[in-house]
Ligand binder design. Structure first.
Ligand code: RB5
Length: 150
């Protein structure tokens, strides 16, 4: 599974920590930046990873800013991207089981790095349960497509 990861300055340290953890766990990780700790705008890097997810270049995205809010907003603008802001492993589990979320947004200023790793692990290991929940995802895609066609 190919994981794309991106942050802004407020999520930079957590991004580095997560990259190490994910590689150790055997995931292929593509870093969409930034490469150094500097003040940046979260949409610039969030969009790069979200675009890669939207086009199928990566299978999952992990996006980190101060709160995770900005990253989830930008990610959800991209077709086929279903980003969920998760502060607990339980939210990550439900985001996968029920929402088939493919992007995980995290708040670098809100939770500890160790908790972020646990949330990411649950997010990457949990499968979409399908069934009646597939209807919800399909309705969202249909609405997004209608808006795009107008
Ligand atoms: C940056 O200071 C901060 O506003 C940003 O990381 C994020 O929290 C936006 O949603």
């Amino acid at each position: 599974m190919k994981i794309g990861i991106a942050s802004d300055h407020a999520g930079y340290e957590m991004k580095r920590y997560l990259i190490q953890y994910l590689k150790k766990e055997g995931f292929e990780v593509i870093d969409f930046g930034p490469d150094i700790l500097k003040k940046v705008d979260y949409p610039d890097y969030g969009a790069k990873a979200s675009m890669a997810l939207s086009t199928g270049e990566i299978d999952r995205a992990i996006l980190i800013c101060g709160t995770g809010i900005g990253m989830s907003i930008i990610a959800n603008r991209f077709p086929g991207v279903r980003a969920a802001l998760c502060y607990t492993p339980f939210l990550a589990e439900i985001a996968r089981l029920h929402n088939d979320a493919n992007a995980l947004a995290l708040g670098g200023r809100i939770i500890a790095n160790e908790l972020a790793c646990e949330i990411a692990r649950v997010f990457l290991e949990t499968k979409f349960c399908g069934g009646r929940h597939r209807r919800g995802s399909k309705k969202i895609e249909k609405l997004a497509l209608q808006r795009f066609m107008k």
